[in-house]
Write a protein that binds this ligand. Structure first.
Ligand code: FES
Length: 108
């Protein structure tokens, strides 16, 4: 890459290890995270609600968003943006790539 930093990618999970609608708890760069498959798309997000630290592990997934099980803040899985109160800050999302039959996350 010219004039930029190359991405540091970490292998997360085989693409065939999740069916659409399923999720798996993983660690990404030693951070607890969730990998979620929605049809052919895979999302990797930090598994910590930005409102009060609740794990999002068992949150309802709806319309490409995840709902915190504690106070029902909702986060966009693509951008991490908080879509409703009580959260105002985003959650971290990792850019993903599909390669060699696996999902990779950008941890740079
Ligand atoms: S801890 Fe998630 S909405 Fe409050």
């Amino acid at each position: 890459m010219v004039g930029g930093k190359s991405a540091k990618m970490e292998r997360i999970i085989g693409t065939d290890e999740l069916q659409s609608g399923e999720r798996r708890s993983v660690f990404v760069d030693d951070i607890p995270a969730l990998v979620i498959r929605i049809e052919g798309d895979y999302f990797v997000v930090e598994d910590v609600c930005s409102h009060d630290g609740q794990p999002l592990t068992n949150g309802l997934i709806q319309d490409c968003s995840i709902i915190c099980p504690r106070h029902a803040a909702r986060f966009d899985l693509k951008s991490g943006k908080a879509l409703c109160m009580p959260a105002t800050d985003p959650i971290r999302v990792f850019r993903t790539e599909i390669r060699d039959g696996a999902v990779w996350a950008d941890v740079s």
